[in-house]
Design a protein around this ligand. Structure first.
Ligand code: SF4
Ligand code: SF4
Length: 381
């Protein structure tokens, strides 16, 4: 079997894959049902997957429902992203202990847990590539991220269902996985005995697939898999307007739409917590009651909090208008200048999990529509 070779496996092959990963020492993590949502957690066996469940998503709305079949990956994306494991919400950085007149400082050990992620979507692979660039491949690598990410084995899944808030097609980041995986699955049906087309994306993936019960993929299966992805692409819930969003936002820092969105925004920071590319953090120091031990930890933070941009004299972005504009303009405009890509992969999480249903695509469209109307008006004068 060679790289990019394709094979067919059934439920039995998928179960064998989970067990093979465990026998190789991986911590196997994937989609499970928890807290009324599909969340990423440890997987013991195939039955831990959300078999037969799907998610209904709209702006400010998420519900689980039964599909009426036995699909293993018949949902879009849940509230959590893989950054929960690679870049955890709370990370110890160092501790210091007073010993007599000396101070003993100990760096937090670098985690070397080997993760195997099951069910990673195309938009999520793009998000990981963005976080790799920021946290691992830039001038300042985060050793904790690097330690976890380097050894990660990725079993990706081509989406067979688009969520109501997904817009990856318009961000060129899905629904088909294109790079960054070891094995990629396409679920071909949700009947009693599921079949999966498996594509090899790395040497590690190839050698693992060789251990599984499989058969070569025929042209009918390949066509079936193409149809699954094409159907998903056509049923995308939303689209980012096809304009130069970077230019549009940079030209409109004082647009009245920023005030309108700020009137609805609660500043809750949900959008940044669920976003798979957001990486802002703060550091916090704490000490014990005797004052002899202290520690520093890193905690996820958000550009939506007042404290995040606090410097001597006050917050740089005191209004919600300024904070929402900062978030969206960074994601869609200045991220290109800083990191060479958009900071958005179209996963739709910020739309679903915004309690007041603010939609990043709708905000761009509103500014674009008014810009076009202004240009038309000027032509008419
Ligand atoms: S900005 Fe919203 S849609 Fe884009 S990657 Fe973040 S959560 Fe997903
Ligand atoms: S846009 Fe929505 S999710 Fe984000 S801070 Fe405002 S209210 Fe919260």
């Amino acid at each position: 079997m060679t790289l990019s070779e394709k094979a067919i496996v059934t439920d039995e092959g998928l179960e064998a894959l989970l067990q093979a990963l465990k026998s190789l020492g991986y911590r196997v993590v994937g989609p499970t049902l928890g807290d009324g949502a599909i969340v990423y957690d440890d997987i013991g066996e195939l039955s831990d997957l959300p078999i037969g469940w799907t998610d209904e998503q709209e702006a400010g709305h998420y519900r689980l429902s039964r599909r009426g079949d036995r699909a293993f990956f018949g949902y879009a994306v849940g509230p959590q992203s893989w950054k929960k494991f690679l870049y955890p919400p709370l990370q110890s950085l160092w501790t210091a202990k007073q010993e007599g007149t000396a101070l003993q400082v100990t760096a937090a050990p670098v985690a070397e847990e080997r993760f195997a992620f099951i069910g990673v979507r195309a938009c999520e692979l793009h998000a990981m590539a963005i976080q790799d660039r920021v946290l691992m491949n830039g001038a300042y690598a985060d050793p904790h991220y690097q330690g976890r990410r380097r050894e990660t084995f990725i079993v990706a899944v081509n989406c067979g269902t688009a969520g109501g808030t997904c817009f990856c097609v318009s961000m060129d980041s899905g629904p088909r996985v294109d790079a960054g995986f070891d094995l990629a699955l396409t679920e071909l049906d949700g009947a009693e005995n599921s079949r999966f087309l498996v594509e090899v994306g790395s040497e590690a993936g190839r050698s693992l697939l060789e251990r599984l019960p499989s058969r070569p993929a025929d042209s009918a299966a390949l066509a079936e898999a193409d149809a699954v992805v094409a159907r998903t692409a056509q049923s995308m819930g939303r689209a980012m307007p096809p304009v130069d969003v970077r230019e549009l936002l940079l030209q409109n820092p004082e647009h009245p739409r920023w005030d309108e969105v700020a009137a609805r925004c609660l500043g809750c920071a949900n959008c940044t917590m669920v976003c798979p590319t957001c990486f802002c953090s703060s550091t916090e120091d704490g000490s014990d009651l005797t004052g002899t031990e202290t520690s520093r930890q890193r905690r996820w933070d958000s550009c939506f909090t007042m404290d995040f941009s606090y410097i001597h004299g006050g917050s740089v972005r005191p209004s919600l208008q300024a904070r929402y504009r900062q978030w969206m303009t960074h994601k869609l405009a200045t991220w290109h200048d800083q990191f060479g890509t958009s900071g958005c992969v179209g996963c739709g999480r910020c739309i679903t999990w915004c309690p007041v249903g603010i939609d990043i695509t709708e905000e761009v469209r509103a500014i674009d529509d008014s810009q076009k109307a202004k240009i038309e008006g000027e032509k008419g004068d």
